[in-house]
Design a binder for this molecule. Structure first.
Ligand code: GRG
Length: 315
């Protein structure tokens, strides 16, 4: 496992300090976000899918996500000296995988959500059958996009097989799917940090790490710099998840665009540390993520901006 600031010792520190209040959203990273949004909008307009899938795909590709995973891909590539524009296919792919996970997560057999990205959850509008098919088609399309982006950039140090494996492992049975399975089957079990870390380092963290790794690898990053960026992404992913747990308790559906108070039966960081303790823990993780890329210099500025965005987010 990659090093991470998370642990029982950290929890104690988190309990000790109390801090409240939300900060305004950070506006940095918007250019990269627009790049991803434009790409996804274009794909939505020319999928060539049969009629039944056109609208669910369009809804899924154009709904207003924050694009954090895609921005992570672009920013990691920029840290390795590559222009963001050259990585937009891979960034869009990470967003498609993420959207796939949200659609599946919202299904009646999982979270049974009402609302997603400010609109009814996909299955509520189009039925479970089309929601599942839309999710799987996004996942599959994503692999093709990563392969195409790899062919265009041909990074010498990172053969396609390694890049694709990175993504496949991140969402596989020891990645996102593992986190989801344990999360769904942990209701009523003992609250402990090891289980929480297991769940969230996979459910949320694995795709953060893969998104950063793919951006770096396609930009032909060195193995040493890749390691630093992966540690950055791992800590940032956990910070992001902790904030998610906080917002589930403190936020409103209108502000977040999704159901709130969904976590009452689940293990969460807020249950273990309280809102203020969780906030402190998230801030510490963001600091740890920043220190892991301290020696990457000016090209890593977009990664630092993204960390600030995660730290300050209110949706
Ligand atoms: C095959 C990819 C795949 C997954 C199957 C359903 C499942 C296994 C996993 C669920 C993973 C999941 C939904 C994790 C939650 C992560 C999280 C914090 C989501 C919210 O992300 P935001 O806030 O959402 O970035 P937006 O809408 O802004 O993109």
């Amino acid at each position: 496992m990659l090093p991470c600031a998370f642990g029982v010792r950290r929890l104690a520190a988190a309990f000790a300090g109390q801090k409240g209040g939300g900060k305004p959203p950070h506006s940095e990273g918007m250019n990269n976000r627009e790049l991803i949004d434009n790409y996804l909008r274009n794909v939505a307009g020319r999928t060539g899918a049969p009629q039944a899938l056109v609208e669910p795909l369009r809804r899924s590709l154009t709904a207003s996500g924050k694009r954090v995973r895609g921005i992570l891909t672009l920013s990691a590539g920029e840290a390795a000296g590559c222009k963001a524009e050259k990585l937009v296919e891979a960034a869009a792919a990470m967003e498609m995988i993420h959207t796939c996970s949200l659609i599946l997560d919202d299904l009646p057999s999982m979270d049974d959500a009402m609302l997603r990205r400010g609109a009814p959850a996909l299955h509520r509008e189009f039925g479970e059958d089309l929601a599942i098919l839309t999710a799987i088609s996004l996942l599959n399309h994503a692999y093709g996009l990563v392969a195409r982006n790899h062919a265009a950039l041909n990074p010498r140090q990172w053969p396609l097989q390694q890049v694709i494996k990175r993504v496949a492992d991140a969402v596989g049975w020891d990645g996102t799917i593992a986190g989801q399975a344990v999360d769904l089957h942990s209701e009523g079990s003992k609250l402990d940090f090891d289980t929480l870390e297991f769940i969230h380092s996979r459910k949320t963290g694995a795709l953060f790490v893969a998104a950063a790794a793919v951006g770096g690898m396609l930009a032909n990053i060195s193995a040493a710099a890749l390691g630093r960026i992966e540690v950055f992404a791992k800590n940032l992913g956990l910070a992001f998840q902790i904030t998610d747990d906080i917002l589930d308790v403190t936020g409103e559906a209108e502000q977040l665009g999704k159901d709130v108070r969904k976590d009452e039966q689940r293990l969460t960081f807020v249950k273990l540390a309280g809102v203020d303790g969780a906030r402190k823990l998230s801030e510490e993780l963001v600091e740890t993520s920043l220190s892991s890329i301290a020696n990457l210099g000016a090209p890593a500025a977009p990664l630092r901006e993204l960390a600030a965005m995660v730290r300050d987010r209110v949706r």
